[in-house]
Design a protein. Structure first.
Length: 209
């Protein structure tokens, strides 16, 4: 039924689930969310969000934090019954990471989404990591920024303490979210340089929470 609806209706209907999950999580598990830097989102029309990936929580929370958005994700997720079908209805950028041209695909589809006014959400570590741990950051987000001229908004948080990966159990507590200032790509910046700058900010901020 949802696939037959216009995108705007489809998006509204499916993302109501995200608002419900976040609300229930806060109420049932007694979790508070403290956001710092919310004003940084209003400094740009839209852009590329590079977010720490510790939990399932942030993948749902982003849908309540930002307006119309798309996510860079593994193509395999679209094959999951019901969940994957709903994801497909939201027009994500589904990447086959085993293929050589995945970055080229991301830039092509990411540019189209950005020009249409959507936010592009990327978890540069590619998979969830425990608090105080990190993985190598993919350069795809910074490559997209440099190729399109759209700014990057880095986001750090500590959701892994309350909603740990690979377990059903949740913990009461406070999730701190820090939204960094927009980072505009400059003509002389290199992908590696920009990527290292953002990774350093996210990791340093996460470790301070």
């Amino acid at each position: 039924m949802a696939c037959c609806l216009p995108f705007a209706w489809r998006y509204w209907l499916i993302t109501r689930w995200s608002f419900l999950v976040i609300s229930l999580f806060k109420t049932i598990c007694q979790v508070q969310v403290q956001i710092t830097g919310l004003e940084n989102l209003s400094k740009v029309r839209n852009g590329i969000v590079l977010c720490k990936h510790q939990s399932t929580w942030e993948t749902i929370f982003m849908q309540t934090l930002l307006p119309t958005q798309t996510w860079v994700l593994k193509r395999e997720l679209l094959k999951i019954p019901f969940f994957g079908w709903a994801l497909k209805g939201l027009q994500p950028i589904a990447i086959d990471r085993n293929k050589q041209h995945s970055v080229r695909q991301l830039i092509q589809e990411g540019k189209k989404a950005l020009n249409a006014g959507k936010w592009v959400i990327i978890f540069p570590e590619g998979t969830r990591v425990a608090p105080r741990q990190s993985r190598k950051y993919s350069k795809s987000g910074t490559a997209l920024s440099i190729a399109t001229g759209y700014p990057i908004i880095p986001i750090a948080h500590n959701a892994g303490h309350c909603w740990p990966k690979n377990t059903f159990l949740k913990r009461a507590g406070v999730i701190s979210v820090v939204i960094g200032a927009p980072i505009e790509p400059t003509p002389d910046v290199q992908v590696d340089q920009l990527n290292n700058q953002i990774a350093s900010w996210i990791e340093t901020t996460c470790n301070s929470l």
